[in-house]
Design a protein around this ligand. Structure first.
Ligand SMILES: *Cc1c(COP(=O)(O)O)cnc(C)c1O
Length: 222
C-alpha cells in the first residue's frame, strides 16, 4: 500500500471535525511530499531540529505540530513557525515557549500533555496537576501562549478496556479544565488523542485530533 492509499483509507474512518495529524517523525522528505501531494497539510514531528529542517525545505502552507517531549533549550528552533505544541509538560517549558513566542512577535498555540497511561516513561501532567499550573500567577501573566486543549496517550496494551479508561480520563480532565478555566474561551476546543493502534476508539471517546504515523508511513527507522 502506498502512502496515498493509506491516507485515503484513514480519511474514510475519520469523521468531519476530527483533524488528522500525519506523524512524519523519522521519515524522509519524500514521504511527506507524497502525503502533501494528496492534500495533507498537518504534520507531526517529535524532534525540534528535524522539524526545523523539514520546515525549511517543504511548502510553507504546512502546519507543523510538535508532538514529542520538548526540551526548553530546543524551543528556539521551532518558535518562529510551529502551529501547535501538543507536548507541554511543565510550567517551565510553557514559560520558555511564551518567551520565544514574544521574541518572534507571535502567540503559540499549545496543548497540555496529560499523563494517564500506566507507563512511567510517558511525560505529562498527572490528573489535577494541570489545574495548579493554570491557577498560577506565572501562567496568568503569559501573553504569548494560548492553551487550546489537552493531549494524551493511552497505555500501550492490548486491553481495550484499559485504553478506553485512559481516553475517558483525558476527556474528563478536558471537561474539568474547560469548566474551570476556559468556559467562555471558544479556542479551548482540542482533545488530541489516538494513534495508529487506537484512533477509532479515541474518536468514539471524544477525540478531536488524531496523531497517526505508522498506518500512513509504515514502520519508522530509528
Ligand atoms: C510517534 C507518535 C505518534 C504516532 O504513533 P503511531 O503509532 O506511529 O501512529 C503519536 N503520538 C505521539 C506523541 C508520538 O510520539
Amino acid at each position: 500500500m502506498s502512502i496515498a492509499e493509506n491516507i485515503s483509507d484513514i480519511r474514510k474512518d475519520i469523521p468531519e471535525g476530527v483533524t488528522l495529524v500525519c506523524v512524519s517523525k523519522y521519515h524522509p522528505i519524500e514521504a511527506l511530499q507524497e502525503a502533501y501531494s494528496v492534500g495533507e497539510r498537518v504534520f507531526g514531528e517529535s524532534r525540534a531540529q528535524e522539524m526545523a529542517m523539514k520546515h525549511e525545505v517543504l511548502p510553507k502552507d504546512i502546519e507543523w505540530h510538535m508532538i514529542g517531549h520538548l526540551q526548553t533549550n530546543k524551543v528556539k528552533y521551532i518558535a518562529r513557525f510551529v502551529s501547535l505544541i501538543h507536548s507541554v509538560d511543565s510550567l517551565e517549558l510553557l514559560s520558555q515557549i511564551d518567551k520565544s513566542a514574544e521574541k518572534n512577535c507571535r502567540v503559540i498555540d499549545c496543548l497540555i500533555q496529560l499523563h494517564v497511561a500506566a507507563e512511567e516513561s510517558k511525560f505529562g501532567f498527572l490528573l489535577g496537576e494541570a489545574s495548579l499550573m493554570l491557577s498560577s500567577k506565572e501562567f496568568q501573566e503569559m501573553k504569548h501562549v494560548r492553551i487550546r486543549g489537552v493531549m494524551g496517550m493511552a497505555t500501550h496494551t492490548d486491553d481495550m478496556e484499559r485504553i478506553k479508561a485512559d481516553f475517558e480520563a483525558i476527556k474528563r480532565e478536558f471537561d474539568t479544565l474547560k469548566t474551570t478555566f476556559f468556559e467562555k474561551s471558544d479556542f479551548f476546543d482540542t482533545i488530541s488523542m489516538g494513534m495508529s493502534g487506537d484512533y477509532q476508539l479515541a474518536i468514539t471517546e471524544g477525540s478531536t485530533m488524531v496523531r497517526i504515523g505508522t498506518t500512513i508511513f509504515g514502520e519508522r527507522k530509528k
